[in-house]
Write a protein that binds this ligand. Structure first.
Ligand SMILES: [Zn+2]
Length: 494
């Protein structure tokens, strides 16, 4: 395919996508109509619901508005709306059979009708129509349908009661409602089976929430499979999508008061934090803490030495330094917001070192690429620790030698701490640029346990997370180690 065709295809995708982003705008505008809201309120047992909500709030301490939201939904599900897969025959009550799509009547077209599904009674032959109305006023009258009608009608009722409501569309053909919870300070879902969608094997891609004030990509509230989902988000570029959403929100929010815009900004910041925490949860699956304990051989030689190589991502120990554990995390006692970065491109570091006057000739080994541990880009700090326990050996710690290779740039920092039994603590400083640093200490002499902790922080700009690197080494140096902990042991004198 030539470039011109590709460009045209891309432009078509974007046009289609933009139309889809705006497809709910017309309907959510209807929720704002005072006459329509009044029509909805007239159908609801408002004072009874308010009374119940007040009572519930007094009893439970929950926000009264959230209790009222619960009352509206309870009434909606329980008394108002009827789920409808197929209509029953209006004459004899038999379940009808689908006979395809019918042309809409003039009357049906008045109410933003989608497809009109045709059904026939297999018993008496009566024809039934199921017009898929999109106008919420009509749904107040029909009170039936599937998720589309359900969400549309529920959104109008909640909006009429003063709640902040969003209409959410999942590109895999499902819709539901989100309401802002004052108790939880976040958007909550009014869809009783939304959470099972990923487990049902839906190939999720985009989920977009729309109100009269916002259009928001809410995919990451509902999906924890970021890698999989990203591979399906190919309709438009993520950058284009971000710009399109920014444009729509600018349009929608121009008419709002500065105070309201500020409220939305605050909510939006919290919402992004919520999405990021979902992302981090996925990157950090349950970690089983590991503690090194001495083998018989190590007890006899009164020495335990462990090496970690970040290039091969292996731990080694023993007289022959054989591979002992695979994967950096498997040998750690605690991990918080840290990951292993294996990169062929070391441009950031090279540019920095060049700017500091390092000669090209001295940079050749760096161009091969590097492996290191770093904090997650979304997190201001990262922590990793390693632990050893000698309490069953009858021996205690004599000296500890730690050799490590860290790289810090700009204001990036790695803070090291060594902890023994009780309150024995020593803060270590290895923090110079690009150096193997060796530190020998006897500050934990007599202790039975040790814990070595590194905290990564600081840095500047978009790549701040990269400005503090732990166990950094070239990717072709698999025989080396970038963390080496050697402990000599002695008989306990106690
Ligand atoms: Zn019938």
């Amino acid at each position: 395919m030539d470039v011109v065709t590709l460009d045209r295809l891309q432009a078509e995708n974007e046009r289609y996508f933009f139309a889809r982003l705006r497809s709910q705008d017309k309907v959510v505008q209807l929720y704002e109509q005072p006459s329509l809201q009044q029509q909805a309120l007239d159908l609801m047992p408002v004072s009874a619901m308010r009374k119940e909500a007040r009572k519930e709030s007094e009893q439970t301490g929950r926000d009264e508005r959230d209790c009222l939201m619960g009352q509206v939904n309870k009434w909606f599900y329980g008394s108002f709306f009827r789920w409808l897969d197929k209509p029953k025959c209006s004459r004899c009550g038999t379940v009808t059979k689908n006979i395809g799509i019918l042309p809409p009547t003039i009357e049906e077209q008045r109410w933003l009708v989608g497809p009109v599904e045709g059904y026939k009674c297999p018993y008496c032959g009566t024809d039934e129509r199921f017009p898929r109305y999109n106008h919420p006023a009509k749904l107040l009258e029909t009170r039936r349908g599937r998720c589309g009608e359900h969400a549309n009608c529920q959104a109008l009722l909640l909006r009429s009661m003063g709640f902040d409501v969003r209409h959410v569309t999942d590109w895999t053909d499902h819709v539901w409602v989100e309401v802002y919870s004052y108790q939880e300070q976040k958007w909550v879902t009014c869809d009783r089976d939304y959470f099972s969608r990923e487990r049902e094997g839906k190939k999720l891609s985009y989920m977009v929430a729309v109100s009269n004030e916002e259009t928001v990509d809410v995919t990451w509230r509902y999906s924890t499979k970021q890698n999989e989902v990203m591979q399906r988000r190919l309709h438009v570029s993520e950058e284009w999508l971000a710009r399109a959403l920014a444009f729509l929100n600018y349009q929608k929010q121009q008419k709002l008061s500065p105070a309201r815009r500020e409220t939305l900004r605050e909510r939006s910041a919290l919402e992004l934090a919520e999405f990021l925490s979902n992302y981090q949860k996925q990157l950090e699956p349950k970690h089983t803490p590991y503690t090194f304990t001495p083998t018989d051989e190590e007890i006899n030689s009164k020495r335990l030495q462990v090496q970690y190589c970040c290039a091969s991502d292996k731990y080694r120990r023993g007289p022959k330094m054989e591979t002992f554990l695979q994967g950096w995390k498997s040998g750690t006692a605690a991990v918080k917001s840290v990951f292993r970065k294996y990169e062929h491109d070391w441009t950031t570091v090279l540019n920095y070192l060049r700017s500091r006057g390092v000669k090209e000739a001295d940079l050749t080994t760096l161009r091969k690429g590097n492996a290191f541990l770093s904090r997650l880009p979304s997190s201001p700090t990262g922590l990793v620790s390693w632990a050893m326990d000698f309490s069953t050996s009858g021996l205690v710690i004599d000296t500890i030698t730690i050799i490590t290779h860290c790289v810090t740039m700009e204001s990036g920092k790695v803070d090291w701490k060594l902890e023994g039994d009780d309150d024995v603590v020593e803060n270590l400083s290895f923090s110079s640029q690009r150096d193997h640093k060796s530190h020998t200490t006897s500050s934990l002499r007599g202790c039975k346990t040790l814990k070595l902790t590194a905290v990564l922080s600081g840095g500047r700009g978009k790549l701040a997370w990269k400005h503090a690197q732990l166990c950094s080494q070239p990717i072709d140096s698999e025989g080396d180690s970038s963390l080496d902990i050697a402990v000599t042991l002695k008989e306990s004198t106690a």
